[in-house]
Design a protein around this ligand. Structure first.
Ligand code: DGL
Length: 263
């Protein structure tokens, strides 16, 4: 099956996931969509996020994607079921939460885990519900950290504020955790600073590699792996911001072609 993998996020967050997918599956073509004209998603109403997700899926379906990978926790939290129903048999739909839940279940039974993410992701309680359903004695402490999204988006053009990161991580709710889930794909680009806060003594997990591995297994199981020798990638954004351009070039090199399209 040689259709591309469609990957989307509100902005640069999903690029880390796309990079991990490319590293693991170089023969797969990627169509990446960053909805930079409408970010941030995480503070918006669920219905607004759902409407954005449906528009983007329609675009990715037009580009013949065989799989749509929602590389955004906020969309995965509030729009995954709707997107699956909308897409139906036209493509497979994956999110970034289920791969993380599988991973947590395999590594952290009986432990206390922290989660940081956007307001929508945290308030949806989707991680709690899925972790409870595992029945492995894993407890979750979740904290919304919305200011980390604009900071991560501008990471490569304006730098970051360690004070903001530290203020969030000092939240007493996160005091005794054994590992921390970065429940927003944007936070991958500030992961090093988060690890440094914990003096590299704590597992800090983002969606990138676990999702890429999950996707690889999914493609294999459903006989969807590409048989191409050469794969071409496309990067599309609803607004071509300096942040998006810089981040795309950092993740994928300077030769990539960026397209601006309001879908
Ligand atoms: N990167 C997204 C997430 O994983 C959305 C961030 C935002 O736009 O608020 O939640």
């Amino acid at each position: 099956m040689n259709g591309p993998i469609g990957i989307f996020d509100s902005g640069i967050g999903g690029l880390a996931v796309a990079r991990a997918v490319k590293d693991l599956l170089p023969q797969e073509s990627i169509v990446y969509f960053g909805d930079t004209a409408h970010l941030p998603y995480g503070d918006k109403a669920g219905a607004t996020i759902q409407a954005h997700a449906i528009r983007i899926c329609n675009f990715l379906l037009k580009r013949q994607c065989k799989v749509i990978l929602i590389a955004c926790n906020s969309v995965s939290a509030v729009a995954y079921d709707l997107v699956c129903a909308h897409v139906g048999q036209r493509a497979a739909v994956l999110n970034v939460i289920d791969p993380m839940i599988d991973y947590i279940g395999s590594q952290f039974q009986g432990q206390l885990i922290g989660l940081i993410g956007t307001q929508q992701t945290i308030h949806s309680r989707v991680y709690e519900k899925k972790i409870q359903a595992l029945r492995l004695g894993i407890q979750l402490r979740a904290v919304a950290t919305p200011l980390l999204v604009p900071m991560s988006e501008a990471r490569f053009t304006q730098g970051i504020s360690l004070e903001t990161i530290h203020n969030y991580l000092k939240n007493p709710a996160l005091r005794y955790i054994k590992a921390l889930i970065l429940g927003c794909t944007h936070y991958s680009v500030i992961k090093t600073s988060i690890k440094a806060f914990y003096q590299h003594q704590l597992s800090v997990m983002d969606a990138a590699e676990v999702t890429a591995t999950y996707l690889q297994r999914f493609l294999f199981r459903h006989q969807l792996l590409s048989t191409r020798l050469l794969a071409e990638d496309h990067f599309v954004a609803s607004a071509l911001t300096a942040d998006f351009e810089r981040a795309t070039h950092i993740f994928f090199g300077h030769k990539v072609h960026l397209e601006r399209l309001l879908v």
